[in-house]
Write a protein that binds this ligand. Structure first.
Ligand code: HEC
Ligand code: HEC
Ligand code: HEC
Ligand code: HEC
Length: 433
């Protein structure tokens, strides 16, 4: 996804949609993280930072080649100081290519690298820390009203969520998102030895966009990461005449909230109770276009579900200053709902205020897990089969619907018509004899 941060058709569609009401000036905001190299180069040359129209994405733009390489090797490896929300810094005092290039190792054959690329390899502890990722994985987007910025909204807080979890500091982002292996990090010089190095796949949960981009290996890796992220289990079953009580538990195994990141991500719990005569009770059935049966957006958080039109959906829902639900990043002022499952070790006392759950009144919504009780008041004939599934959608139906009718928006909607936007994370089932 890093190499595709500018080519990503979802990013382009969303950007074009936001620009229609917020104005072109907000493009430089998105450019900080999605087209970082072009942004830095354009600033050095005192040129306009703009992505759409005749901007970076247009082949005739002088910064096009920098833009389409996305978050590339030389961008990350020149980050000298971290910041949050795109406020990292790169050393501009030296003229390229005579610049330092940072990495986790003490350089042994640094002169080889300098001879062939002009960069001086330089050690930086920074690369082994989660703070390195916080530069872009904490996102505050401006809230725009009538063309001016009225406040900033915590659109993504992945690093803050991790910071307040059991994974801090022993398991930084790199330990889960970059696989460790022993290999030679360069083909030159020939006598270079192997080291404990890290693969650079940065797999997340978004297999759909990688498939659309034709990156099938990447999509497979993303699906594997997603399947390792959470577990769903039927914890207990209680049956008496005309009533079945089922307790379901979802455990978050990721290093931050599940789901985390971009606000269109969500997870849905699908439960089906069947007896001889067929389906007796079903909550959370997904339709072909990604809509969920029984969902009244935004569906509230549940501790107890006793009706088929109630469904548990773990998600963040944004609202504008006037209290209306919104899908526009630049109208978002506060969260209306945020019941995404907390990471293990999350402490309410030390939590960054922008990571606290919203709209959750539930005693067993705890760090690392959540429990839901289903109460089915119907008559059954044994045997009864109970099945639960945890499903993930990187882009909810509503985010697709809310894209404005721009050229890029229409193209994107056409593109994802053939894509299944729902992935199975985990499932469990039991039969009551
Ligand atoms: C998103 C930021 C990012 C990008 C993009 C990136 N790197 Fe890295 N790179 C890192 C981090 C972080 C480490 C340290 C990982 C660790 O050891 O925990 C690293 C480590 C390395 C190392 C040391 C050996 C290893 O694999 O651990 C080399 C060599 C390297 N990167 C080269 C590259 C090259 C070449 C590219 C482009 C193909 C690239 N990097 C792109 C962040 C990045
Ligand atoms: C210069 C900014 C920047 C830095 C630094 C950075 N990222 Fe990212 N990262 C992004 C952007 C932007 C995307 C989304 C690209 C897209 O979807 O279009 C992304 C995507 C990802 C994804 C894939 C998400 C998905 O949709 O599946 C993972 C995983 C990830 N980053 C992990 C990391 C880790 C771990 C680090 C630190 C070692 C890191 N990133 C450092 C900007 C950055
Ligand atoms: C304990 C392992 C673990 C650690 C530590 C961890 N992650 Fe993740 N990460 C996961 C798993 C599993 C997923 C997939 C589930 C999800 O989306 O929440 C994921 C998903 C993501 C995504 C993709 C979300 C999407 O929309 O596709 C991003 C971005 C990300 N992580 C960034 C980070 C950053 C930044 C850090 C450090 C601050 C970090 N992760 C630490 C395991 C981890
Ligand atoms: C501070 C860095 C930063 C800024 C600024 C930023 N983004 Fe992102 N964006 C990210 C990261 C990191 C991700 C990946 C998170 C994830 O996968 O869940 C991302 C993901 C996205 C995605 C989802 C892509 C996908 O394939 O699912 C869209 C759409 C998007 N950004 C649009 C925008 C727009 C529009 C703007 C400007 C208003 C913007 N972003 C500004 C860091 C940033």
């Amino acid at each position: 996804m890093h190499s595709s941060s500018a080519k990503d058709p979802y990013f382009i569609a969303k950007l074009s949609s936001e620009v229609t009401f917020a104005g072109n000036f907000i493009e430089k905001e998105c450019a900080k993280c999605h087209t970082p190299k072009a942004t830095i180069e354009a600033k050095i040359e005192k040129k306009e930072v703009i992505i759409l129209s005749n901007g970076f994405l247009s082949e005739s733009n002088e910064f096009h080649r920098f833009a389409i390489s996305g978050i590339s090797c030389t961008l990350c490896h020149q980050i000298k100081r971290n910041g949050i929300s795109g406020n990292y810094s790169v050393d501009l005092n030296y003229r390229k290519p005579e610049r330092a290039i940072y990495g986790p190792f003490i350089p042994l054959y640094g002169i080889e690298m300098y001879r062939s690329s002009g960069y001086f390899p330089t050690r930086s502890e920074n690369f082994l820390k989660a703070d390195f990722c916080s530069s872009c994985h904490v996102v505050y987007t401006p809230t725009i009203e009538n063309g001016s910025v009225i406040s900033y909204f915590p659109e993504q807080t992945t690093f803050f969520e991790w910071h307040n979890s059991v994974y801090n500091p022993e398991k930084p982002c790199q330990s889960c998102h970059m696989k460790k292996e022993r290999f030679k990090i360069s083909t030159k010089p020939g006598n270079l030895f192997e080291r404990n190095a890290k693969h650079h796949h940065f797999s997340g949960a978004n297999s759909q966009i990688l498939s659309i981009l034709g990156k099938n290996e990447g999509a497979k890796r993303a699906e594997e990461v997603l399947k390792s992220s959470a577990k769903i289990r039927i914890k207990s079953l209680n049956i008496n005449e005309n009533e079945l009580e089922i307790v379901v538990e979802i455990e978050n195994k990721a290093g931050h909230k599940f789901p985390t990141g971009f606000p269109s991500r969500r997870a849905i719990v699908h439960l089906v109770v069947e007896d001889e005569g067929g389906i007796v009770f079903e909550s959370g059935k997904i339709l072909g276009d990604g809509r969920v049966v029984g969902e009244d957006y935004p569906e509230r958080h549940y501790e107890l579900i006793d009706s088929e039109d109630e469904v548990q959906i773990y998600e963040s829902v944004m609202m504008s200053r006037d209290g209306r639900v919104t899908f526009d990043l630049l109208k978002a002022y506060r969260y209306f709902k945020d019941n995404r499952i907390l990471p293990k070790g999350f402490s309410f006392l030390s939590a960054h205020p922008d990571t606290l759950p919203v709209g959750v009144e539930d005693d067993n919504f705890s760090p690392g897990s959540d429990k839901i009780t289903y109460l089915v008041k119907k008559s059954f004939k044994k045997p009864i089969k109970v099945k639960v599934e945890l499903l993930y959608q990187p882009i909810s139906f509503f985010f697709v619907e809310s894209l404005r009718e721009t050229k890029e928006g229409v193209e994107f909607r056409e593109l994802i018509k053939k894509t299944d936007l729902t992935t199975l994370v985990d499932s469990d089932e039991t039969i009551i004899q």
